[in-house]
Design a protein around this ligand. Structure first.
Ligand SMILES: Cc1cc2nc3c(=O)[nH]c(=O)nc-3n(C[C@H](O)[C@H](O)[C@H](O)COP(=O)(O)O)c2cc1C
Length: 213
């Protein structure tokens, strides 16, 4: 009897996991490692831009830690994040562009949602290194999350909010010895349709990350 109950429970749990996975097309990331890393003052001392990357992919754990550092949830009760945002609008979405395609970071589930199978890295910037570097993050502001404010204010707030996220990425990279560069030089008209964005979504910045060459 006990065995039957255990098997039934196991089947239900498997079914639940399958439905959940199929429903959201979500790729779960490993739990982020929230301890360790370099002392803050040392990371600030090491922070710098570099534009030379190896093609090598980053381990899944490193991607998980990087995304959590960038704009993960650090206070689950309130859903607030590792970076501040004007009026806590949290209007910036972090996209990950890699060889495998483009993905939207879902902070609540700490998971990635696939947007496209296409390798769109070369559309994320106008500089050559973006084509082969393992990771190009793209910070996209969703103006629908910003209420009725005028578009100039939306622009100012979203660029500022993306800047904080970018600095988190800079500090994580400094701590882990990764190369990275934040970039405004993007052909937004070309990238926008490749990312399947709608009119309320505005590409703010991109940031290339990888092992230094
Ligand atoms: C808003 C912003 C936009 C930037 N855009 C680019 C870019 O498109 N391409 C690039 O190679 N570097 C870009 N950078 C990186 C700067 O050139 C770099 O931060 C600056 O030279 C200072 O170097 P450091 O980051 O090592 O202190 C940008 C930096 C910021 C803050």
């Amino acid at each position: 009897m006990f065995r039957k109950i255990m098997i039934t429970m196991g089947l239900f749990s498997l079914l639940f996991t399958m439905i959940k996975g199929a429903d959201n097309n979500l790729i779960e990331l490993p739990e982020p490692n929230k301890t360790g890393g370099m002392p803050l003052m040392k990371a600030l001392n090491n922070r710098h831009t570099s534009r030379s990357f190896k093609d090598d992919e980053l381990p899944r754990q490193m991607l998980s830690d990087l995304l959590w550092a960038a704009f993960g949830i650090n206070r689950p009760q309130s859903g607030k994040r590792t970076a501040p945002s004007a009026m806590n609008m949290q209007e910036i979405d972090v996209y990950v562009c890699s060889k495998e395609g483009a993905f939207l970071y879902n902070a609540e589930k700490h998971a990635l949602k696939k947007i496209t199978d296409e390798d769109i890295r070369k559309f994320t910037g106008t500089q050559n290194f973006v084509d082969d570097a393992p990771l190009n993050l793209v910070f996209v502001a969703d103006y629908n999350k910003m209420g009725n404010m005028d578009s100039e204010t939306k622009l100012k707030y979203s660029w500022c909010d993306a800047g904080y996220i970018s600095q988190n990425v800079y500090l994580y990279c400094a701590s882990e010895g990764l190369a990275n560069v934040v970039r405004a030089m993007i052909d937004r008209d070309k990238l926008h349709p490749k990312m399947k964005l709608d009119d309320s979504q505005k590409i703010v910045l991109s940031q290339t990350v990888g092992y230094p060459k």
